[in-house]
Design a protein around this ligand. Structure first.
Ligand SMILES: [Zn+2]
Length: 256
């Protein structure tokens, strides 16, 4: 049975399919990951021209048949092209990294409203002309995405003494997503990574902040805080639990 689905979506990827058509990989609010064909989109006079570019947030009307691998886009309207993100190479690298993660880890027919709303809100905050720490947005996304996928971080207390850590560096465990304070730390069989007080505090804050809180957090990032080890840690945790080895090609293109 064919039915009509109208949903907000992010364009994750597109591929030329024929002279005039493209296959579009969408992250939809209603049905998770979905691939659909946009017929005639490459014709000069197509009303869809420019609407289904990567990263655009759109509203699409689809003809959906569950038994079919490829759905059909009958209408699409542009909601947000995220122009400021595109004007900033580092912000673009972060946004495209987020899309790579969604492409790899969001399934078809998944009730995904919550993570869609989160992602859309995050991209809206990243789409500002005054972004000073774009990596913060990718870190925030991975923290919340891990939570959504069912293996969130537990960093508010030491796994052993159950207290707020007071001695640093703490050890972060990439298998169970927990931390152990410097006083309780012992050699463990799981891979661990040391986190300074500033790194630990940022990870803690990222768990609590909705996208709208990120600009304020960004303005308070200490200059001596190195966020790159946090990215390695969060990706290692994500890779371990999803049994993937996500490389984030977009990051390699843009980061110094
Ligand atoms: Zn402890």
């Amino acid at each position: 049975m064919t039915r009509i689905l109208k949903t907000d979506a992010l364009v994750l990827h597109s591929l030329r399919w024929s002279e005039s058509s493209k296959i579009i990989h969408l992250f939809t609010a209603e049905k998770g990951s979905l691939k659909a064909i946009a017929r005639g989109v490459l014709r000069p006079k197509s009303s869809l021209r420019g609407v289904l570019e990567n990263l655009n947030q759109v509203q699409v009307v689809l003809s959906v048949k569950e038994s079919r691998g490829l759905q059909i886009i009958s209408q699409a309207d542009l909601l947000n092209p995220f122009t400021h993100i595109r004007e900033n190479l580092d912000a673009t690298a972060m946004a495209f990294s987020i899309m790579e993660l969604l492409r790899s880890l969001i399934h078809e027919n998944e009730a995904s409203q919550e993570i869609f709303r989160y992602t859309s809100g995050l991209l809206q905050q990243l789409n500002r002309p005054d972004i000073s720490h774009p990596l913060l947005f990718l870190l925030s996304f991975i923290v919340h995405f891990s939570e959504y996928l069912g293996f969130g971080w537990q960093v508010e207390e030491c796994r052993k003494c159950r207290k707020l850590p007071e001695s640093f560096p703490v050890k972060a465990d990439i298998v169970n997503g927990s931390i152990t304070c410097a006083r309780c730390a012992t050699s463990d069989s799981h891979p661990q990574q040391a986190l300074s007080k500033l790194q630990w505090r940022l990870l803690f804050r990222l768990q609590q902040e909705p996208p709208s809180g990120l600009p304020a957090l960004m303005s308070k990032i200490p200059t001596d805080l190195n966020m790159n080890p946090l990215l390695d840690l969060l990706l290692a945790h994500l890779n371990y639990h999803t049994d993937q080895s996500l490389q984030l090609k977009s990051l390699k293109m843009y980061l110094p």
